[in-house]
Design a protein around this ligand. Structure first.
Ligand SMILES: Nc1ncnc2c1ncn2[C@@H]1O[C@H](COP(=O)(O)OP(=O)(O)OP(=O)(O)O)[C@@H](O)[C@H]1O
Length: 285
């Protein structure tokens, strides 16, 4: 369905994508993870035909750069940063529904589930909404239509907890209807949805993990690590995984989201020399 073939992208002499090879098929639900600046958004923008890039991107046999309208018609997209649109909310919904030949009422219904009163705000310009309201509206437009592919770039970042919960429920309903690429820093949130984890680091794919559908991805792993000595570098890294120091930087405990296990072990392998014991256990519910 989607092919990236040796895709490269440079910004001002800096290589931001360094030869990405990746295939995504129908039925794939991919968590795209990686630290800030790894290249996730750039890759998504290449997929949507927004950037000229080296190599080849193909979506259902079409090159997005040459066939943007056709490609975008198949894709429900929620950007990380909302576009600076001045169009009033009501008009924006009608416009978006027209572009993908969908029923605007379905978008309004999704918006209401997320807690947006479209009727009250329909004359309000999009760029005057709050960050969370903008994100809810963009989610409503993407999910309130039928599409073959959902591309979501940090979609829940600005949502309040209640809306977050509803958003993931709505995505769950789309689970078998559309392929998904979800860029997220919170793998635990998307764990139950995805069957693949792709990790980027400095413009490259460093992990491409097909997590089998029969693995219980919602399960958390509880983990205890024992080191031969304390290490500042290790402490910085493991704290990013929300682990707690239980004895002078030597014993660490924490929990790892199910589909994150390979990425976690990949990170640990960098510290093999100072690891004395690793205990991983599926946490009891
Ligand atoms: N339009 C641009 N002009 C110049 N540099 C850019 C541009 N867009 C992105 N970059 C650079 O490309 C690199 C990758 O950025 P990108 O937004 O793709 O990362 P990301 O993985 O999505 O990060 P984050 O998790 O912070 O959203 C960064 O170093 C960024 O500064």
């Amino acid at each position: 369905m989607i092919e990236f073939q040796k895709v490269t992208k440079r910004f001002r002499r800096v290589d931001v994508l360094k030869g990405i090879d990746l295939n995504i098929d129908r039925g794939d639900r991919v968590a795209l993870v990686g630290s800030n600046g790894a290249g996730k958004t750039t890759m998504i923008r290449c997929l949507l035909g927004e950037y000229q890039c080296g190599g080849k991107v193909i979506v259902d046999g079409l090159e997005p750069r040459k066939h943007r309208t056709e490609v975008l018609r198949q894709v429900g997209f929620v950007p990380q940063i909302s576009p600076p649109l001045k169009m009033p909310v009501g008009q924006l919904i009608r416009f978006a529904a027209g572009v993908c030949d969908s029923d605007p009422q379905k978008m309004v219904e999704v918006a209401e589930k997320l807690g947006l009163d479209i009727n009250r705000m329909r004359h309000q310009p999009f760029n005057k909404l709050s960050g969370g309201q903008k994100q809810k509206l963009l989610i409503s437009i993407a999910l309130g239509r039928d599409c073959e592919l959902l591309v979501l770039d940090e979609p829940a970042a600005n949502l309040d907890p209640e809306a977050r919960h509803i958003f993931f429920q709505l995505l769950e309903e789309k689970r078998d209807k559309a392929a998904m690429i979800i860029s997220s820093h919170r793998l635990d949130e998307v764990a139950s949805l995805v069957n693949r984890v792709v990790e980027m680091d400095q413009g490259q794919i460093v992990l491409n993990d097909h997590v089998a559908d029969d693995v219980d991805l919602t399960r958390m792993l509880s983990c205890r690590l024992v080191l031969t000595r304390a290490s500042e570098a290790f402490a910085r890294t493991i704290e990013e995984w929300q682990f707690t120091d239980v004895r002078e930087g030597i014993i660490w405990e924490g929990r790892v989201a199910g589909p994150d296990r390979l990425r976690f072990l990949g990170m640990l392998s960098r510290y093999a020399a100072i690891l004395k014991a690793i205990h991983l256990d599926e946490a009891a519910d």
